[in-house]
Ligand binder design. Sequence first.
Ligand code: RP5
Length: 190
Amino acid sequence: MPGQRDGPIQDCAVSASPAPLVGVVMGSRSDWATLQRAAQILEQFGVPHACEVVSAHRTPEKLAEYAAGAAGRGLRVIIAGAGGAAHLPGMLAAQTHLPVLGVPVESAVLRGVDSLLSIVQMPAGIPVGTLAIGPAGAANAALLAVSILALGDKTLREKLVAYRAEQTNRVLAERLDGDPNGWSARPSER
Ligand code: RP5
């Protein structure tokens, strides 16, 4: 959608009521272009969620408050995206028992390998479910959050099964006679 990548993060807070089940946090406003992909998927599944900037380095007290209060506010899963020295997912996981899904944001200098390694190499005892670098990781974080919630929600489970079946059918029906139209044709980057 035109302009959507630059839209305000508040756009994501579509579901203040009912209370959010998934918290989507990111280290900087600059991460929103990536994490927006997670918000779109959650919206598609009708999962109440809320998004905000929480920085491990620039707003450490806010991070601690967010993590400490997350379960009490009704959150069931946290999706945390950050780039570079990406300590946000790990520091959240250290301070909540909720599942934390980490999304490495692609960085300018090291293309997100720094983010990935910062997030994935957690010490035993404090897990972070680490996804792929970039928008594909953000999309999959949301789908994983949906899977987790679907364990206790039959309606959501049926939506997820239908989503997967539709995806399979779409790929089976694809033909190679069209214009691939550059990188944006990659399903994992749409
Ligand atoms: C991290 O530093 C953020 O998650 C972001 O990916 C990166 C750069 O932040 P900005 O300088 O763009 O605010 O904390």
